[in-house]
Design a protein around this ligand. Sequence first.
Ligand SMILES: O=c1ccn([C@@H]2O[C@H](COP(=O)(O)OP(=O)(O)O[C@H]3O[C@H](CO)[C@H](O)[C@H](O)[C@H]3O)[C@@H](O)[C@H]2O)c(=O)[nH]1
Length: 383
Amino acid sequence: MSSASWTGPVPREEESRTRPDVPRRGHLDCPRHLPSRGRAGTVHSLTAANDATVLVTGGTGSFGSTMIRQLLTSDVREIRVFSRDELKQDDMRRHLSDPRVRFYIGDVRDYGSVDRATRGVDFVFHAAALKQVPSCEFFPLEAVKTNILGSSNVIEASNANGVRSLVCLGTDKAAYPVNAMGMSKAMMEKVAQAFARNNPTAVTTVSTVRYGNVMASRGSVIPLFVEQLKAGKPLTLTDPDMTRFLMSLDEAVQLVDHAFEHAQPGDLFIRKAPASTVEVLARAVGKAMGVEPKLEVIGTRHGEKLYETLATREELARSEDQGDYFRVSVDARDLNYGQFFDEGDEQESTMDDYHSHNTERLDVDQVVDVLMALPAFRTLIGV
Ligand SMILES: O=c1ccn([C@@H]2O[C@H](COP(=O)(O)OP(=O)(O)O[C@H]3O[C@H](CO)[C@H](O)[C@H](O)[C@H]3O)[C@@H](O)[C@H]2O)c(=O)[nH]1
């Protein structure tokens, strides 16, 4: 069953009849059903890959720690946690207390440290990144060093050390990027795809995934709204009509697992997801906490878009619909464009992008249901 009602490229004519370009406040085209929410704790491919050694870069972050917890339910031989922060590693070591987990201090910017961590590894999940839009905006070269050059180090070291499969984690902000974080993640995708195209005999299958906002993740708007409500303050809305895809951490892990299981070299995987406006999200957080929130509009921040795109129409034109997921194959054309001149892709002109304004739209009650199913949110609000 698909996780969102949007199941494929929408012919432009049809879509323009059904979708308001900018949704009106208070007007929501509510679907009758909620998407199927993924079950936690099912890392199928790794359960099948008995006795494997797995490296997770950025392993102490939200994604990394969720992935590792799930991996530990499998017959994995060893999990290597690679990150810069010794304090977070120490916390994790104490918390997990599992001899299968080994800790590597290093930085993806430093090839030597990545090389040492990838020796003898079967599978790599590359989550280390600079992810904050504002910090990348002010220090774009740091995003280049970590997100682009660092990812290239992970790809090259994985291949040099015989890693079988590497999944690089990306973001919807990489599609039509407008900020430095999204641009650097778009370049990471290009580096991964170019590696696959230029190295057909490579040992390592390199793939990428793109997902949207992870609900209740650290530093994101949901914890902020909870904090504001607890302090009796109004909720600050950038633009009430701004939309974002909504995804849980478990769903992000399932996307990565799906990529791991199905990847051909250079593939990009996207998980379909519903979305809501920021106003609906704010009202839902209030409702979940039993408060009627006051709303204050503060205006759009640096580098923000009104809506996010998960897949461009050019990508959809070469994608395979896999139910809950899209698989976008690498564009295998070489630099000899002449031979493709007569074969323009007519399909592209009849499609639209897949974005957070035209995906399944959740209303307040549906968002409340989604939030209350999230352990992270329940912890935040103390229920
Ligand atoms: O006070 C606020 C803060 C945010 N928002 C809105 O809430 C939505 C979600 O905001 P988040 O800050 O949670 O998420 P972003 O889409 O802005 O991006 C977030 O996720 C990214 C990864 O995809 C990066 O990590 C980034 O730094 C981080 O802010 C956006 O429409 C934003 O405009 C508000 O309405 N009020």
